[in-house]
Write a protein that binds this ligand. Structure first.
Ligand code: C2E
Ligand code: CA
Ligand code: CA
Length: 281
């Protein structure tokens, strides 16, 4: 009884000094921990990436979704940083990756023609122990051919420890994963670092697409797409919302478009129904 009472007093003391926001964060962290353990409320949405020239499907990005009974839908912009702080990002990332890999397997088994799906890797995931082993196992467990899963990394993940990143990137590529640099242009963006990194795709951040009237955005678009062409990277323009933005992009060597104009993120079933076609033989 004594211990219990002490416990309660501790809690009171603790709670008195916590403001509302901290309470909510703590409650969310507990809920997220439960979601990661059980998979409950977690899902993946798929956003199409289409070819600029004919808007045909070329791939998709997997985007994490979390729906909690009390908190409602929580944005990944909120729960991914929360997961990182709480040390939950590695197990959460594995849950999402397995979700995507088993979905791809299901689509193959249903006779649908799959497209490469790219997943976002946060710093903690990229630098996790045994990354290459985990990714090799992922393909083996789901019997997935190489090339159906891509990886998106931001510049900041790579730049912190660039020298250590290079062999990991080569390892991932050898396993058949393609690599994209996400939110390109928003980080440190010393362009010269690119030439040492084995990457396949640059995803130009939507801030440069959506502020196209400004001269500086146009200059950045011209520089980035020009450089990408020189270095043989594929270029994805992110966050394209209007035909006017699409029109501007025809002036630059951009390969793929990902944005609300050409397709919003949708559930796996909707994605298959709207975007995937049947194998004919
Ligand atoms: P991101 O990787 O840059 O993903 C693109 C975000 O832009 C998505 O937001 C997508 O819904 C949104 N978007 C797509 N087209 C448009 C458009 O035309 N206009 C506008 N305004 N937005 C558009 P979402 O799904 O809320 O994800 C936010 C961020 O959370 C992602 O940014 C990514 O950094 C992170 N995230 C999402 N899923 C995962 C995941 O599975 N793992 C990790 N580590 N991070 C994730
Ligand atoms: Ca991304
Ligand atoms: Ca992005």
């Amino acid at each position: 009884y004594q211990a219990k009472q002490e416990g309660r007093n501790d809690y009171r003391l603790f709670s008195k000094h916590m403001n509302h926001q901290q309470h909510k964060l703590l409650a969310m962290e507990t809920a997220l921990r439960y979601a990661v353990e059980t998979g409950e409320g977690l899902s993946v949405h798929y956003q199409p990436q289409v070819r600029r020239d004919d808007r045909s499907l070329a791939g998709a990005e997997a985007l994490a979704r979390w729906h909690h009974p009390d908190f409602g839908p929580v944005s990944p912009a909120e729960f991914v940083p929360l997961a990182e702080r709480a040390g939950l990002m590695v197990p959460l990332g594995m849950t999402l990756l397995n979700n995507v890999a088993s979905q791809q397997r299901r689509w193959l088994d249903q006779g649908l023609i799959p497209v490469p799906v790219s997943v976002n890797l946060s710093a903690q995931q990229f630098w996790q122990h045994n990354l290459l082993v985990q990714f090799r196992l992922l393909l083996a467990e789901h019997r997935l051919p190489a090339g159906l899963i891509g990886i998106e990394l931001t510049e900041s993940v790579l730049l912190d420890k660039q020298q250590q990143a290079i062999p990991l990137l080569y390892g991932l590529r050898e396993l058949g994963f393609s690599i994209a640099i996400d939110d390109f242009g928003t980080g440190y963006s010393s362009l010269s670092y690119l030439q040492d990194l084995p990457v396949d795709t640059l995803k130009i951040d939507r801030s440069f697409i959506q502020r196209q009237e400004s001269r500086s955005s146009n200059a950045i678009l011209a520089a980035v797409t020009g450089l990408a062409r020189e270095l043989d990277y594929k270029v994805v323009a992110e966050g394209v919302e209007t035909e006017a933005q699409m029109e501007t992009l025809t002036r630059y060597p951009v390969d793929l478009i990902q944005g609300y104009l050409t397709g919003r993120p949708v559930t796996a079933d909707e994605f298959a129904e709207r975007w995937l076609s049947k194998q004919t033989c």
